[in-house]
Design a protein around this ligand. Structure first.
Ligand SMILES: [Zn+2]
Length: 230
């Protein structure tokens, strides 16, 4: 969720979450309020999202409209936001780095906060520069972070377009994990593609959610974080 404080974006997201297309619980991975944004309203909406589905942290390091970090200590901001969410009484279970950014220190912090991570993608985001920090993974895995710590990685496998194209063929992956942005819901065609995609996916496959996966899935695959960088 990029703009949970935008009333129209929130209304559309909230309605979709309540409808559960395909019987899927749609997790809300929310960008915390930036300086000057309304914390109380944000927390109220996060509580409402959490009542319907798992809740996650989506960090934008640079600005509301600039997700990836441009300096500083990326892990420190994740820790600060995670502690704020905890102090507000929210039970956050998931993390997705803005702009699909994940480095070793951020991964460590996410594991310490007790979250599962969804920042890895099964596809290479087109806008990333060669060599940009990013984790590419086809299926869930444990990421070994060193010093005995590991992070459950539940990679994002499908965009709205990929989900819609998948309607034409079987979804071969063990787990299909689609993402979208709340702002996509301002576009009627994208919203329709998402709803139809999820409805068909729900007919073809067994619905689960990120909480169930986090609690029940024990992936066979383990890899070191250093070797997972795409
Ligand atoms: Zn974002």
């Amino acid at each position: 969720m990029e703009r949970p404080l935008d009333d129209e974006v929130w209304r559309r997201f909230s309605r979709l979450q309540a409808r559960r297309p395909g019987r899927f619980a749609i997790a809300a991975l929310m960008r915390p309020p930036a300086v000057g944004e309304d914390e109380e309203l944000w927390l109220e909406r996060a509580r409402r999202a959490q009542a319907l589905a798992p809740l996650g942290l989506h960090t934008h390091w640079t600005a509301p409209d600039h997700a990836r970090p441009t300096g500083g200590d990326p892990a420190a901001l994740v820790r600060e936001q995670g502690e704020w969410l905890r102090s507000a009484g929210l039970d956050v279970e998931l993390f997705c780095g803005g702009g699909w950014y994940l480095d070793a220190d951020v991964a460590h912090t996410v594991a310490e906060l007790g979250y599962a991570d969804c920042t890895a993608t099964a596809f290479r985001p087109a806008y990333l520069e060669p060599g940009a920090a990013h984790v590419q993974l086809d299926e869930p895995a444990w990421l070994e972070l060193g010093s005995g710590r590991r992070l459950l990685e539940l990679p994002t496998t499908h965009s709205i377009g990929m989900l819609a194209r998948g309607l034409l063929g079987p979804f071969r992956r063990q787990i299909v994990h689609a993402y979208f942005h709340d702002t996509d819901l301002l576009d009627r065609r994208r919203t329709a593609a998402l709803r139809i995609g999820l409805t068909f996916l729900g007919l073809k496959r067994t619905a689960t959610d990120l909480r169930e996966l986090q609690r029940g899935l024990r992936p066979a695959k383990t890899m070191s974080f250093a070797n997972s960088r795409g």
